[in-house]
Structure formats: C-alpha cells, structure tokens
Design a protein around this ligand. Sequence first.
Ligand code: WTA
Length: 653
Amino acid sequence: MSDSQTYTPSPEFTSRAHVKGMDEYRELYQQALREGENFWAPLAEKELTWFKPFARALEWDPPSAKWFSGGRINACYNCLDRHLLTERRTKPALIWEGEPGDSRVYTYEDLHLAVCRFATVLKDLGFKSHDRAIIYMPMVPELAIAVLACARLGIIHSVVFGGFSAEALRTRTQDLNAELVITADGGWRRGKEIRLKDAVDQALEECPLVRQVIVYQRTGSALNMTPDRDVWWHERDERLSTSRPTEVAAENCAAQDLDSEHPLFVLYTSGTTGKPKGILHTTAGYLLQTTLSMRWVFDLREDDIYWCTADIGWVTGHSYVVYGPLSAGATTVMYEGAPDFPAFDRWWQIVAKHKVSIFYTSPTAIRSLVRQGEQWPNAHDLSSLRLLGSVGEPINPAAWEWYYRVIGKERCPIVDTWWQTETGGIMIAPMPGAIPLKPGSATLPLPGIEADIVDSRGEQITQPNREGFLIIRRPWPGMARTIWGDPRRYEEQYWSRVPDAYFTGDAARRDADGYFWILGRVDDVMNVSGHRLSTMEVESALVHHPAVAEAAVVAKPHDVTGQAVCCFVTLKAGDWDHGKLSTELRQWVAREIGPFARPEEVRFTDALPKTRSGKIMRRLLREIVTTNAVTGDTTTLEDITVLSRLSTVHEED
Ligand code: WTA
C-alpha cells in the first residue's frame, strides 16, 4: 500500500515536453472540466483533417453519443494522405521486422501507395462502405495495409488476433455478419509456422455469408484454395499493375468522404458471459483520442522512432501501432514474432538496429525479461531510448524498477497507461514531462477524462486509499459507441451500474496525492499476460470435452503472466487417468480458444461449491487458489464439506 518512491521528470525532459510541469497539467485538466465537451472541439479542428467541419462537439443521449456531428472525415486519409503534403512524405511510416530476419521500410508515400492498391483490389471485388471484413493475419505490413484500406473505403473491419482458434474466428465472423475475410497462409512464431488459412477454412464451414477470402502469401506453404471464394492477394495486385498504371490506381482510390460517426471497426473482447462483445468504435472521436495521446502521453516528436510491441489483433495494436502513431505522423515499428526468438535479446537487437526512442510493452513481457537476466539487454546499445511505456495490467513495483534501471538506464520516464478496448485510447497515464511517477500507479487522468472511485452504492469515495469501483463520469470522444448487435448489453454493462457514469469493471484506489492505483477486474474477466479472457469462455470450452461434467474457472496470481487460468473440473462417471486428462484438457482449451488461453492448472473435484440457488461460488475458488484456504461467509453453501475436499484435491501436471 505504500506509495513508494516518487520519480520527478528531469528538467531536460520537461523543457522539451509538450506539457511542461504539474501546473500546466492542472490547468489543462481544470479547463477541460470547466468546458466539458467544448474542450474537445478546437482540439478536433487542429489535430484532424476534415473534408467538412463538424457542427457540434457532442450530442449526448445517454448512453448514446455522437461526437463531432455534421463533420465529414476519413481515418485513412488522416493516417496517410495528409502527411504527403508535408515533409513527412519521405519519412518512414512503418518499419517492419519479420521473425526470420527479413525487414521492410515503408515511407508515408510507399504506405499510401500500398494501401491505395489494396483498396482498389477490394473495390474491384465489389466491396464498399458499410460492408464488414474480418482480418486474420500475422504481424506483417499487409495487416496494417488491410486495416487502412478498409478504413479508406468505409468497410468496417474486425481484426481477430492470429492466436485465436478456428472456433473463436467462426463466432466472430458470424456475429459480425462478415462478407469478406482477409488472411494469410500463415505467420512465423518461434521458428514455427502458425497456419492461419487452415483455421479460416474450418471456421468458414459455418459462415455462409462470407463470399470472398483474400489470402496473403507469407510462408509459402501448401494450402487449399476454394475456387471462386479464395483469391491470392499478390495475383490481384499483379492484375492491377497490368490493367492500370500505379499512379492511376492511387488516384482512382480516393479516401471516402465519411460521417464523423461512421463505424471504423469492431473489436471483440471478453466480458462476463461466454459470448465475446463486439466493441464498436467510430471514426472521428476515436481518431482524436488516439492522436492526442501520442503527444500527451508519448510526448511524440518528429524524429522519434516509436515501437509498441502489441499485436494489431488487440486494441493496443489498433490504437498504438496503427491509428494513433500514423495519424500523428510518427514512424511506427512492427515486429512479427516472439521476443525470445532466436534468443532473449531479439527485442533489444531491434531497438538498437532501428534506434527506437519510445518503447511501449506489457508488464508480462517485462517480467519474463527480468527472469532471463540483465545480460541480454546489456549486450545492446539502448541509448536511443528516451521514453518507456506499460499497458494491459497492473505493473508491480519490482518490474517497474527493473524496467526503469535496466532498460531506461534511469533516464527514461515510464508511462503506465490505463485504458480498455472500450475506451479507445489511453485514459489514465502520466504526461511524462509534467507528472512525477510512482511505480505501480497509472498516476492521473488525462484532460477531459473525469475518473472517479465509488462504492457499491455508487457514492464517491473521497477517503484516500479506500478501494472502490473505477468509473468515468462523462463521455469522451474515443468511447465505444455500442456493442455490435447488442445495444442493450452495452447499456446494462457500462452505463447502468452508476448513474450518468461509465462503469469500467476495474477496482482502484486513490492515494492522498490523487494518484490512481488500479487493482484489477471486479467481474469474471481474467487478465492473462495482459490479454482479457472470460472465465465463462474457458468453462464452456471445458464442458464441450466428453469427460467433463462441470467446470468452474478462476484466475490465480502468477509471477510472470499476472494471472493464470485455474480450472476446477468434475468428471462424468468413468475410470479417468487424472494426469493424462489434465494435460489433455489444457490442450483442449488452447485448441478451442487459442494457445494464450491454455490453463495453468486443472484440479479435479467430485463437486463444486454452490449457493442454494445453484450458482458456483467463484469467490471461494479464488480464495482457494490464492491462499489455499477459505475464509468469509460460507453459510449459503450447498455442500460445505466440498470445500475441504477442494483444497486437498490438487492435481497439477
Ligand atoms: C487492465 C488493454 C492496470 C484493466 C488496453 C482493464 C490495466 C483491462 C492497465 C483492459 C494498467 C489495462 N494498469 N490494469 N496500466 N491497462 N489494464 O480491453 O483491468 O485488453 O480493464 O485493453 O486491462 O483490457 P483491454
């Protein structure tokens, strides 16, 4: 609980920063509070390029928000075309490293051309504004190109992380009613091919709406192409070259003039139930929030080389690999593979090679690097770094200190950024030239973000360090607009728990300096390696297995991944080999959802603790896996003896 050491920004950093000192931050924060939605209007005018100016900053009919209505805009135009009119034309926009050692650099001009070409391919295939595309690709430049080409035409994209299974891909494709899938044969991870097209083929057996699959060739391995449905990316691109000169392709493919609220993308994330939520983000507000935070939080300068290690399949990759950095005119780095391949210094090699100056990653990655030892980063020249970032889960002070000392050489501020898929962009984080840092705290909310902490009755908690629910008191431009196809769930989950406020699902406390300390989820969402996963998703995967009668899943604290998946399973009658079955069930979940969801532990039991109404008491299970003991009120338990048995029946592989 101690508020530990404070790290004040160096005068050198502050003197060049966009926001200089605490006074400036406070002034900006107060101004935003006073002006409400009008605070955002001049920022939107300045930061974004509009085809037609907007008439109003906000139309707010809770929980439905329309930001910058009347305006006409295009996200891809803001990420690419507008920079071509400046010196950024020849500046690297995207630096890419493939896992096997191949590498490519795209200037803004190159990337614009590549995006126009692919957008022309999409147009020629008959796709247009409001159509829906699933993108299921490895971390290759074509993934960013596909995303931007969709945005250019107003096609709503939904990127599904390449680590998800065929089953997860199927449910998302169906929920979105997608007509198009953009994929690749595979990608490289730890020297092995992750086959993607095979998963697409399997998923599409039950997705009759999909009429076209575009396949990018990355690994060159053999695969099946379904006639008429499947086309090669490169063949379409070549056809374009012979039919039309390159410049004509670009000219013929102007960015669509779209409404401010045009749906930009749907990103599926885990919620309380087993069904993932399709979080919808729209164009102008999302783009403003992500663009602004590049300056406010990453303090972006023209000559920065910026690297966010997230996969584009997660929201961090959307906002801080593609849209935020490109809209802000940065050079963004993208890496295809694993951080430990071929050795533990792969990341540091990339930092040194490209002179990365801003580096943004997850606490899980930092903790696993701590384990490998300092010799790996120490073997490389990391002097180009000037700012470090962390995202996705709480960072423990020990990992923070290591990151600060070993990677940042005690020179680089660390921005611990709290936000969510639903918030679109960073919400609580230090402005690094202004706000003194405390390891483990995301510090203070950004201007315009009225974060607060309330108790279970929705009353504000003013007492320092008392834990409560983290809420946001007013709408902000980057907020999710709805859950795709389920507006009622959107309202219930986010806007009805506390009157007139957004309910984050996180617990937090505020210290005497007003700093926010995020304590983790209050719902049934787990956070494994910074990836969101619902307990119910894993449970429903488990009960599909023929041996399993019932399953209850909880998160258990883990030294590296923050949390790990722990499953309590009751079996159908039979003579089961528990050791073998434990391994099999872990693999089963990895296959059903994706390898990142593989349970750490499976415990077999002959009954699960339930309330009289039959609800599984996850709280008790959480206590068992955390402390191996049970405390608190157990009087509503159906079978109290089950508890003592649970804590002794412990099966690990
Ligand atoms: C957690 C990722 C502590 C939190 C951007 C949130 C964090 C969930 C932090 C959202 C942080 C994210 N400190 N916890 N800096 N950042 N979280 O949607 O529980 O994948 O609700 O978005 O991650 O995860 P999501």
